[in-house]
Write a protein that binds this ligand. Structure first.
Ligand SMILES: *Cc1c(COP(=O)(O)O)cnc(C)c1O
Length: 371
């Protein structure tokens, strides 16, 4: 699905030096590499504050703690996402309110979102699924109208640009109150272990986020509130500094592969290619097809027999997961998500795909679809 080794080999000289320099410096936590990466990511995103942390799930949790959300407050998110989004809502004893997604772009359905708002709603968590932004202009309008916080889950879309109707653009994750991302190795900006970051343009909120991520202390050994321990280590920051310089080029490589797939499959009646949201660029964290009537497991097995990996993101909607069972929800409540979970299949997508690989993968997929 990804070729992290191939990607490493191309930047090996730079990476090896940076990693060895960190080891020799012995500044393993909060070293200068972390500060430099933070600054460079702030510049790249045109965002005032980047607060690195240990992973994307922590980023979401710290964001919700920083906003002082209280048990019972409702937080609306999409039913079709990675569980981390809803997990932290539940962990903090907030109430997750799920809504369906759009069938073509897989991002949150904003008509459904508006209907789900109640007097207890405090925040919206749009997920920029598979690499393109949710419809953020309208998300922000709804948030303003109902006085809600917006926490963008941009774990899959770092580097994507969102275009507003007034002609301005912003990077994914820098539009809402807070943005959260992950540097898990397979993400678009991945390190060689775990990592994450929180983005905000609000000075006061940034200070709170830093304090919470650092055991609730703003001055060492003086704890103002109960926080967590969540930090990015210097080795990961050193790797990320190098990979950040390649991020746009990586997005182009992913788009090139996506265009190739689109061309091969756009006219085929047995599949629907992923739609592109016109207000957002797409950084193709995943390239996900929706099957129309074909047996997905048979396709996955057929591809595996040809040496082509494929993955199902995600096989079970949140509302049908054992951990998120809730008397408010039952099967049939979110028909689009349920249909997608039964019919999506993601093809290999990474920065190192060459024409030979793309030709082979598409021919195997077409062979199955035509059978
Ligand atoms: C990966 C991911 C996360 C969690 O990130 P981790 O670094 O693995 O904790 C959260 N949300 C989405 C949408 C993700 O894809």
């Amino acid at each position: 699905m990804v070729d992290l080794l191939g990607q490493y080999q191309k930047i090996k000289t730079e990476i090896d030096k940076a990693v060895l320099d960190v080891i020799a410096s012995s500044a393993y936590i909060n070293g200068p590499e972390v500060k430099s990466f933070q600054k460079e990511l702030e510049d790249y995103l045109h965002c005032k504050h980047v607060i690195p942390c240990a992973n994307g799930t922590d980023a979401l949790q710290i964001a919700m703690m920083a906003l002082k959300l209280e048990p019972g407050d409702e937080v609306i998110t999409a039913d079709f996402t990675y569980a981390a989004t809803a997990e932290v809502i539940g962990l903090l004893r907030l109430t997750p309110v799920l809504v369906d997604v759009l069938p073509d772009t897989f991002t949150i359905d904003l008509d459904a979102l508006e209907k789900a708002i109640t007097p207890r709603t405090k925040a919206i968590v749009p997920v920029h699924l598979f690499g393109q932004c949710a419809q953020m202009e309208r998300v922000m309008e709804i948030a303003r109208k109902h006085n809600l916080y917006v926490i963008e889950d941009t774990a899959q879309a770092i580097g994507a640009d969102y275009h507003f109707s007034d002609g301005t653009s912003r990077k994914a994750g820098t539009i809402g109150t807070i943005g959260c991302t992950s540097f898990f190795p397979s993400k678009n900006l991945g390190c060689y272990g775990d990592g994450g970051a929180i983005f905000t343009n609000d000075d006061e909120l940034a200070a709170r986020i830093r304090m919470i991520a650092n055991h609730g202390q703003s001055v060492q050994y003086y704890h103002d509130e109960i926080g967590v321990n969540s930090r990015l280590d210097s080795l990961q920051a050193a790797v990320l500094r190098i990979k950040l310089r390649h991020l746009d080029e990586y997005a182009s490589a992913r788009n090139r592969a996506a265009d190739y797939y689109d061309n091969a499959f756009s006219d085929h009646p047995a599949v629907t290619i992923p739609a592109r949201e016109k207000s957002s660029t797409h950084v193709f964290h995943q390239y996900t097809l929706v099957l129309n009537g074909k047996d997905r497991n048979a396709m996955k097995e057929f591809l595996a027999s040809k040496g082509v990996p494929a993955m199902i993101y995600y096989p079970v909607p949140l509302h049908l997961q054992k951990a998120y069972t809730d008397p408010r929800y039952r099967e049939g409540d979110f028909p689009i998500t349920e249909r997608l979970c039964a019919n999506v299949i993601s093809l290999p997508m990474h920065t190192e795909m060459n024409d030979e690989q793309l030709a082979y993968i598409t021919s195997c997929v077409l062979e199955f679809l035509n059978s």
